[in-house]
Design a protein around this ligand. Structure first.
Ligand code: B12
Length: 234
């Protein structure tokens, strides 16, 4: 007899069972099931952002907890991350489709020594959805990479991501180098990543620390607005 799990037909589950099932599927790194679940919720009229937060990010939080507690290991977490990315790939164009007017430009990247990119990608997606143009530098960026991109892209905002306590101090290296070159105040610097906090953001001289992608969008809009007002006055 086949296992009950194998007989599950996702489309037959009501929302309140489908979402926890997606958390389980994410945990098990089942990419195709995650894609299917995302599509079902879309067909049922769920907003892309709701799917992202309630089905995907909430599922990843469970993965993160068990990774911390030594229940899951890197290979399993990688599979979960891949499943999460597959779900995000479906939502990305929908989140970006809001037709919002162009708000500004952001260069974003994960710092040197760090290969975590899910949170950064989420921030990019949400920023694009809110009308920002985003240039994504990917992972493991040394200071030179950031500086070159600032010069080349002339963005309003620089965003840096770090998920390791060993890599987060590198954000200060980037900001200090910007100061040395006299370009620090030309940009709004936003930082984020699970091990950071408000205090750390202030200590390294960032303009803002954002605990999640929604806060990042709000803060980016606020800073851009403030800049415009200052320029209008000055
Ligand atoms: C997935 C994951 C991995 C995956 C990464 C896959 C990928 N493509 O990203 C893999 C398996 C590769 C991995 C590897 C490692 N990992 Co890891 N990983 C995680 C995990 C479980 C989830 C991270 C995640 O994606 N979260 C979901 C996203 C949506 O959340 P987020 O990243 O926090 O992002 C949000 C906010 O922080 C914010 N944000 C993030 N970036 C930015 C940037 C800006 C500009 C703004 C404004 C906002 C913002 O907005 C985001 C969206 O809301 C965390 C656990 C955790 N609690 O974070 C551990 C964790 C970060 N990893 C950890 C470790 C130790 C490692 C390894 C060293 C393990 C090892 N022994 O090899 C390696 C490091 C490799 C390296 N050099 O980077 C530790 C770090 C501990 C520490 N004190 O530093 C954690 C905390 C797990 C733990 N508790 O032990 N990992």
């Amino acid at each position: 007899m086949s296992d009950e799990e194998d007989d599950l037909i996702l489309s037959e589950l009501p929302d309140e069972e489908l979402v926890p099932q997606m958390h389980d599927d994410l945990y098990d790194g089942l990419k195709e099931e995650i894609e299917e679940g995302v599509n079902i919720l879309l067909e049922r009229g769920w907003e892309p952002y709701r799917i992202l937060t309630e089905a995907l990010v909430a599922g990843m939080t469970i993965v993160g907890r068990d990774f911390r507690d030594g229940i899951l290991f890197v290979p399993e977490v990688l599979l979960a991350a891949n499943a999460m990315k597959a779900g995000m790939a479906i939502l990305k164009p929908l989140l970006a489709e809001t037709g919002a007017p162009k708000m500004g430009k952001m260069v974003i990247g994960t710092v040197k020594g760090d290969i975590h990119d899910i949170g950064k990608n989420l921030v990019s997606m949400m920023m694009e959805g809110a009308g920002f143009e985003v240039v994504d530098l990917g992972i493991n960026n040394p200071v030179e990479e950031y500086l070159e991109a600032l010069e080349r892209e002339q963005p309003d905002i620089l965003g840096m991501s770090a998920l390791l306590t060993t890599t987060m101090p590198y954000m200060k290296v980037v900001i200090d180098t910007m100061k040395e070159q006299g370009i620090r105040d030309d940009y709004i610097v936003l930082v984020g990543g699970a091990p950071l906090n408000e205090e750390f953001g202030q200590a390294i001289g960032a303009d803002g620390y954002c605990r999640d992608a929604a806060v990042a969008v709000d803060m980016a809009k606020e800073f851009i607005q403030r800049r415009h007002n200052q320029r209008a006055v000055g």
